[in-house]
Design a protein around this ligand. Structure first.
Ligand code: IMP
Ligand code: MG
Length: 193
């Protein structure tokens, strides 16, 4: 275990198994995916940068459909009164087409916490007229705002703690840890100084 973790929450092996199962769930629920047609419909995955990049990379490799991937980058502005939602799409770092007419979009995010990120993203994408818009997250925290937020697919429900690894960061670090773990208070304090 990495020295800065209090405990490992989900081991790499368990993540891999669940991500494979989640991909099957997503495809099972996909519109017309099982209607026996010659070609399953294309999927347009939209991973949210940067936290979901490892999850998205693993998830989409269990999806044999034709797909064009578009990245979306979101900036948080905690505590500012000027933005009502607290998050904004960073359009310079996103390459999602303005017009998604006919596209079946799957938003992929790392963690559902307050829900403000997914709310801002889905509100934005809906205005681009997709044929379908679904959401999937790797982790959902056990707190009312997260549990109340409508999301189509969740890989793991976790306690309301600050976690890192498998793409999730603290101050930009720890994304490369293969396991997901609870960051220790001393590591949190060390970066703050
Ligand atoms: P929300 O907008 O409050 O739902 O938060 C979602 C975003 O906050 C995620 O995409 C993460 O970037 C970040 N986040 C929330 N909780 C954690 C955590 O425990 N570890 C790392 N990042 C987190
Ligand atoms: Mg983050």
């Amino acid at each position: 275990m990495h020295a800065d973790l209090d405990r490992v929450l989900i081991r790499a092996d368990d993540i891999a198994a669940r991500v494979a199962a989640l991909a099957a769930e997503v495809l099972h629920d996909w519109p017309d995916a099982l209607d026996g047609g010659a070609e399953p419909p294309e999927i347009t995955p939209v991973p949210l940068m940067t936290g979901s990049f490892i999850f998205a990379a693993d998830l989409i490799r269990h999806m044999p459909q034709m797909m064009q991937i578009h990245l979306m980058s979101v900036s948080s502005y905690p505590g500012t009164a000027t933005t009502s939602q607290g998050v904004q799409i960073d359009r310079r770092k996103s390459n999602v087409p303005d017009d998604l007419t006919g596209r079946h979009v799957l938003v992929i995010d790392d963690i559902l916490d307050s829900g403000s990120t997914l709310r801002a993203v889905t509100d934005d994408l809906r205005q681009r007229n997709p044929a379908a818009l679904k959401t999937c997250v790797l982790l959902r925290k056990q707190r009312p705002e997260a549990l109340d937020f409508p999301v189509d697919h969740v890989a793991f429900d976790i306690p309301d703690a600050f976690v890192v690894g498998y793409g999730l960061d603290y101050n930009g670090y720890y994304r490369n840890l293969p396991d997901i773990g609870v960051l220790s208070q001393s590591a949190i304090d060390a970066h703050r100084q």
